[in-house]
Design a protein around this ligand. Sequence first.
Ligand code: DX5
Ligand code: ZN
Length: 216
Amino acid sequence: MIIAPSMLVADFARLGEDAKALEDAGSDWLHWDVMDGHFVPNLTHGALPMAACREYSSLVFNAHLMISEPLRYLEGFIEGGADIIAAHIEAEDDAREFLEAVRDAGRRPGIAISPDTPAEALAELLPLLDLVTVMGVHPGFAGQEFIEDTVGKVAEVRRMIVESNRDVHIQVDGGVDTENITRLCAAGADVIVSGSFVLQHPEGYATAIRQLRAPE
Ligand code: DX5
Ligand code: ZN
């Protein structure tokens, strides 16, 4: 199972050090939550903080673009060293065009779907994807309550991927903790994003990641 802590909950006064600490604690990817204050009711950052951390970490950088115009800003994430770049299927830009642009740049493309979007919306895009991000919360903020219907949606996406005979990651993003991670992996998720559970864990990042990998 791939663990991808969300940098949204990191210490923005020491982002590079936090990225290194998360790597040393056993993270596989770093998840960068990009929000434009338009597609979601929150404004975080563009590519700059991620680009600034690139030299501090050899982990996979997974950019999650919660923005209306992912095509307009894509170049900054490519230049900034993002390895996997996902945009929302609900964004204004054409998803197919976005996915092709990411692939043409030699990076790995993904699509995120919000809780109100059915899994079927992905069907035609599956041949273009390396990653599907199934949101466990409504995008915009860390620390929200997990939406239980997410488990069924993950199983539905996994069924679609198996049927398409393609090798696509299923990432769950939002509200993941030791209480729901087992159900999510059993349903077919293989990448887990965690903001609050890992970065606000009282016993530190390494313990939090160990607990996610082997919940009691
Ligand atoms: C929400 C973000 C998630 C969130 C994860 O819009 O995409 O990555 O920050 O944080 P937790 O794990 O606290 O829900
Ligand atoms: Zn995210």
